[in-house]
Design a binder for this molecule. Structure first.
Ligand code: ACO
Length: 168
């Protein structure tokens, strides 16, 4: 079904083991051109304030992510009846340490309010973690609120360090 779409990354990076955990009626796939109209920004509003930048600007950012070289962005979505119900992104950070190793950063996880508590967040994290390992990251990390910590523990993550931030 996603074969005709322009995808942000190679769908084959998402392993069958993760696809088999997707609830019936939902499709797990990379973010695709046209997902603006399928409610990508609406879903992200479960996470934070997301102004409507319009379709052309959304497509511009999508193309930047899809075409970045070396490849660094792996945004993916869960789709139900043509509407996006959950999303998350893996960012691959290339390093000098660890013999030119790479670290995967999980970012911007959001499940539509009406769909929370049905295991979709867990599927998104499993998929992003699998993609991170498939592209060779030696670790996968993320920042979250204390409130969400139990969710990530259930996804197999453990506390390691303290997040620091300075907003512009
Ligand atoms: N506290 C305790 N347990 C939780 C929480 C929580 N806040 N959220 C989920 N869980 C548990 C569930 O009960 C479930 O446990 P079980 O397997 O024993 O039944 C398990 O974690 C998996 O839960 P899911 O149903 O997969 O969670 P959901 O689909 O609701 O997704 C998420 C969780 C992503 C936090 C969602 O509620 C959401 O979108 N919240 C608003 C946006 C947000 O906070 N995003 C995360 C920001 S951090 C980041 O982006 C790196």
């Amino acid at each position: 079904m996603s074969g005709t779409l322009s995808l942000a990354f190679d769908a084959a990076l998402i392993p069958d083991s993760v696809h088999s955990s997707v609830p019936a009626g939902l499709e797990l796939r990379p973010l695709a051109s046209g997902d603006y109209a399928r409610g990508h920004l609406d879903v992200l509003r479960a996470l934070t304030s997301v102004p409507d930048v319009g379709e052309a600007a959304w497509e511009g950012r999508f193309a930047e992510m899809r075409d970045a070289q070396p490849r660094a962005y792996y945004p993916l979505v869960l789709v139900e009846q043509g509407r996006i119900v959950a999303t998350g992104t893996l960012f691959l950070e290339r390093k000098f340490i660890r013999a030119l190793g790479a670290a995967g950063h999980i970012e911007d996880i959001a499940v539509d309010k009406s769909q929370q508590g049905k295991g979709l967040g867990r599927v998104i994290i499993a998929a992003l973690t699998a993609v991170s390992e498939a592209v060779g990251a030696y670790k996968t990390i993320l920042d979250c609120s204390e409130e969400n910590q139990p969710f990530y523990v259930k996804c197999g993550y453990k506390l390691a360090g303290v997040e620091m931030a300075k907003y512009a």
